[in-house]
Design a protein around this ligand. Structure first.
Ligand code: DGY
Length: 421
């Protein structure tokens, strides 16, 4: 069977009716926020109505304050830790209590622009107030002092759970009781491909602190012992701001478009301040200590996704990316190869993720670097051809890592394969 057909079969098999689990293996038995959005991109390649439903289901879990949780639990969550009995979050007690990168508006724009079905367009338009409410929540809850950079309060909110970027900030969090015996993830994936035990203890301790405060968005910013203005989260948000503004303007919501334009201006200036001239790289900031996080993670390349002129302003950023690629067999590693923290098999400390590749391909094309984008696309396709639809891949060997038959890998493969056709 050809790989595009296999990708479609994976997406069909992981479909739980209105939402798609990231993998059928049991590792992630629920709906993850940014997984679902990126999966919708792939679904749209062969089933636009189903792609729309994926986003509708996700936004159906929006909290009254505008937050869209990072996990929605719809069914049996017994193979996952922490599940609903730990989180106890939200109006229905069927979600997590934190968010994830706001990639949804970017995906909705893609669906909106590609469809010729007026009924789908009108249902997508009906989602715009929800997207606007989520962006508004993000600025009010996570940037209450109006800096233009929103902060994450848990590594899980970045989506890049165990990136070396969080090491120092996370080390200041009390570990709390050990949760090693409660973890389920290491039953589905090798322990050296997953976050470490000390990281997990702190992840859960943060959850318990937020739970004890009733997940009150207006309180958590000041009390969280982990608080980081992540460059990756903000770059993704900034791109989503642009796409949301476009959609609001295209559908006649002038006031909404102007509100988002204001968010965009502030964040554009804030991202510009994250450029470190000496290092030639973008860094986020630990907003509890006001220290820049001077480590070269893939998040620091994501301004390429947010800003079509960044490569012209900062050619060293693209040179740095090229220097990473010269040291690996497959692009793009999630952390700079050769650094002491680089681990080619461990989750976000080095492996290749096709979702990052998709963002960088898109950003490089907008920045006029089509040839580099083509290399990353070729590597992405080659990884799947050689080793299958893994969650992530070793950039040195191409070895498949984490979960298998992975939904967002299948979805993005469909996108990349369609481009070469
Ligand atoms: C996990 O369980 O590993 C997730 O990334 C948390 O969102």
């Amino acid at each position: 069977m050809d790989l595009a057909r296999q990708a479609i079969e994976i997406l069909r098999a992981n479909d739980r009716g209105g939402y798609t689990v990231p993998t059928a293996t049991g590792l992630y038995p629920a709906q993850w926020n940014w997984d679902s959005c990126l999966v919708a991109l792939g679904l749209a390649q062969f089933d636009e109505p189903r792609a729309l439903v994926e986003i509708e289901t996700l936004l159906g879990g929006q909290w009254p304050d505008g937050m869209v949780p990072h996990i929605l639990f719809h069914g049996d969550d017994s193979t996952y830790f922490p599940n609903t009995s730990v989180w106890q979050a939200g109006p229905t007690r069927r979600s997590s209590g934190i968010t994830q990168p706001l990639v949804a508006a970017t995906v909705v724009r893609r669906l909106f622009e590609r469809t010729s079905d007026l009924a789908i367009r009108s249902r997508l338009t009906a989602l715009l107030p929800k997207l606007l409410a989520w962006h508004r929540w993000c600025y009010s809850a996570r940037d209450p002092y109006g800096t233009g950079m929103v902060s994450i309060i848990h590594p899980w909110e970045s989506g890049m759970d165990n990136s070396p970027l969080w090491d120092d900030a996370l080390n200041t969090v009390e570990p709390g009781p050990s949760v090693a015996h409660l973890r389920k993830d290491t039953g589905f994936a090798a322990a050296d491909e997953r976050p470490s035990a000390p990281e997990y203890d702190r992840y859960i301790n943060l959850v318990i602190r937020f739970r004890d405060r009733g997940y009150r968005a207006d309180r958590l910013y000041d009390v969280s012992p982990f608080r980081v203005a992540d460059i990756g989260f903000n770059a993704i948000l900034q791109r989503a701001n642009q796409d949301l503004r476009f959609l609001l303007a295209a559908t006649g919501d002038v006031a909404g478009a102007s509100e988002v334009a204001t968010m965009e201006q502030k964040t554009e200036a804030a991202i510009a301040r994250c450029w470190h001239e000496e290092d030639g790289f973008f860094y986020g900031v630990d907003t509890r200590t006001s220290m820049m996080i001077r480590k070269p993670g893939i998040a620091g390349l994501l301004p390429l996704f947010a800003d079509a002129a960044v490569a012209a302003r900062h050619p060293r950023l693209v040179q740095r990316l090229e220097s990473w690629l010269a040291r690996v067999a497959y692009s793009v590693p999630s952390f700079e190869p050769g650094r002491t923290e680089f681990e080619p098999q461990r989750y976000w400390r080095g492996p290749v993720w096709l979702i990052m590749n998709w963002m960088l391909i898109d950003g490089l094309r907008r920045n006029g670097r089509a040839e580099l984008a083509a290399r990353i696309r070729q590597d992405s396709v080659a990884l799947v051809e050689r080793t299958g639809f893994a969650e992530y891949f070793n950039p040195l060997t191409g070895e498949p890592l984490g979960g298998s038959a992975f939904s967002w890998t299948a979805a993005l493969y469909l996108l990349f394969a369609a481009e070469s056709a």
